[in-house]
Design a protein around this ligand. Structure first.
Ligand SMILES: *[C@@H]1O[C@H](CO)[C@@H](O)[C@H](O)[C@H]1NC(C)=O
Length: 501
């Protein structure tokens, strides 16, 4: 009797390994159609190792790998540009004693980010006006006094947004600057001498007088007219961008030459020369606006497509940000890009539903749709970490996930997460899959580490979705990690290619 046990166990183990769909629970207690659950592997040990490594990253370890090989492949398409893309933690000095405190900082920053996107939308939809938003007098700029421009400051201390950045050449001869990549805004800017108030950055502050291609824009320039908030002084265009979380940048709106590594350069790109910059991403010199509005880098360089791949935020790896490198990969999961006539910056996608463990979650599709007033819908955002779903949709998704993970040891909630697990005694674990279902019929099944993330180094993992009271939902960058996200602007499609970093 005892002798037959090992082969049986071995057989069962092999069965577990070989099958992507396992009987999850006794068929007596689970209806037949739900007795098979699609699962994905989560490598607990490897993930926890990274949580320790990330605490000791130092900016010196950052390697600017040559892009010759990628550039050579892309060179076939004229007008294509490539930039290397790095996660935030490889630029900032490590300041956290443990992973838990790093996660809390990230989540606080993420909340500020989501608030700022919602404030921007509320302004665009006319729910609030700039004057409704109380200016923060302690932060009023020397350059633009409150009577010139109101500062739509909401509240709270800014954590400095920006999760991924690239190195971009600005001016002639080009200086190299770390710039945050942001699909949720349009105006490009960088800190600029002379500084009324510049935060600390890794590179020397850009000096316009040392560049032969720097030109101030006049007040009548079309780029000046395209600004949401502008002012005129001595016939020079002044810009201001406020991110709704207390952070802002103010200065001259100018044109400059941008150089993209060794892949090429573009002249006369309108950007903000920021003389007064507060509450922004310490370390970076500025921001590349990749939104859908007229002043974004993507629109200014008239790219028909761009794509990025966000490497794991806890790794020292880098990936690429590419412009004009062609249409969507044949194997990508595509979704329609949807325009909001009231808000051209954000990239809305057609989402019809979500599934857990291979079964569609019961969520009214209307919860993901935009209405005529421009409310609702779901955007893909590079700067938001955790996917936000309207509360009703979130609750249904969470309930479905909890129902299929009764075999896993629960842990208490953490910050905005209400569904966490104790994996401290496991080196790997099978968990139900989570998928997005897009209009057009394609589904994107997420890798397990894109929805179960560590919140400490001891083995507590949380279900990385959160509810939002806003009508707008957001697909965040935790869910996009390791996936090439390509925006085919010419065909109004977004493509997701898993494992294409
Ligand atoms: C704008 O106001 C409407 C009506 O009160 C509300 O339903 C909607 O959620 C608001 N939208 C935003 C983005 O604040």
């Amino acid at each position: 009797m005892a002798a037959s046990s090992p082969p049986l166990l071995l057989f069962f183990f092999l069965f577990l390994l070989s099958s992507s769909s396992i009987p999850f629970s006794s068929s007596r207690t689970v209806p037949y159609e739900y007795s098979q659950i699609d699962t994905a592997f989560l490598d607990v040990s490897a993930t926890l190792e990274q949580t320790l490594d990330v605490l000791s990253f130092s900016p010196q370890t950052l390697q600017e790998e040559p892009l010759e090989t990628v550039a050579a492949t892309a060179a076939a398409a004229p007008g294509s540009f490539l930039l290397r893309l790095h996660p935030r933690e490889t630029l900032t000095e490590p300041t956290h004693e443990d992973y838990r405190s790093l996660v809390l900082t990230r989540l606080a920053r993420d909340t500020a980010r989501v608030d700022s996107l919602n404030a921007k939308l509320a302004l665009a939809l006319g729910n609030v006006t700039r004057s409704d938003l109380k200016p923060d007098r302690s932060r009023s700029s020397e350059l633009l006094r409150p009577e010139d421009l109101s500062t739509p400051v909401m509240s709270g201390t800014s954590q400095g947004s920006g999760e991924y950045f690239s190195r971009v050449g600005v001016g002639s001869p080009p200086g190299q600057y770390y710039m945050v990549l942001d699909t949720g805004s349009d105006v490009n800017w960088l800190q600029c001498q002379p500084c009324a108030d510049c935060y600390q950055q890794a590179d020397p502050v850009y000096n316009p007088s040392a560049s032969s291609t720097h030109r101030a824009l006049t007040c009548g320039a079309p780029q000046c007219a395209a600004l949401e908030v502008s002012s005129c002084r001595s016939n020079q265009c002044l810009y201001q961008v406020s991110y709704g979380d207390g952070s802002f940048t103010v200065g001259n709106f100018v044109t400059e030459t941008l150089t993209f590594g060794n892949s090429g350069k573009v002249n006369d790109v309108a950007l903000g020369c920021g003389h007064d910059n507060e509450g922004l991403f310490v370390g970076s010199a500025g921001l590349l606006g990749l939104g859908g509005g007229p002043l974004s880098l993507t629109n200014q360089i008239k790219t028909s497509s761009f794509s990025y791949c966000l490497v794991d935020r806890d790794s020292t790896k880098s990936s690429t940000l590419e412009f004009n490198t062609g249409g969507l990969a044949a194997d990508s999961v595509t979704a329609p890009l949807v325009k909001n006539s009231k808000m051209d910056t954000f990239y809305y996608v057609g989402l019809t539903g979500m599934s857990v463990g291979g079964s569609l979650v019961s969520i009214p599709p209307s919860l993901f749709q935009m209405d005529d007033s421009g409310n609702g819908g779901i955007i893909v955002d590079s700067g938001t970490a955790i996917t936000r779903l309207q509360t009703e949709a979130y609750n249904s998704l969470r309930d479905a996930f909890v129902k299929m993970t009764k075999n896993l040891k629960p842990a208490s909630g953490f910050a905005l997460f209400d569904t966490c697990y104790d994996f401290s005694s496991l080196s790997q674990v099978r968990v139900p899959t989570v998928s997005f279902h897009f209009a057009g019929g394609k589904a994107l099944t997420l890798p397990a580490k894109n929805y179960l993330i560590p919140v400490d180094s001891a083995g507590t993992f949380c279900f990385a979705f959160a509810p939002t009271s806003s009508s707008m939902s957001i697909i965040g960058n935790v869910q996009q990690q390791g996936t090439r996200v390509a925006f085919d602007l010419a065909s109004s499609l977004v493509g997701f290619s898993p494992n294409k970093c």
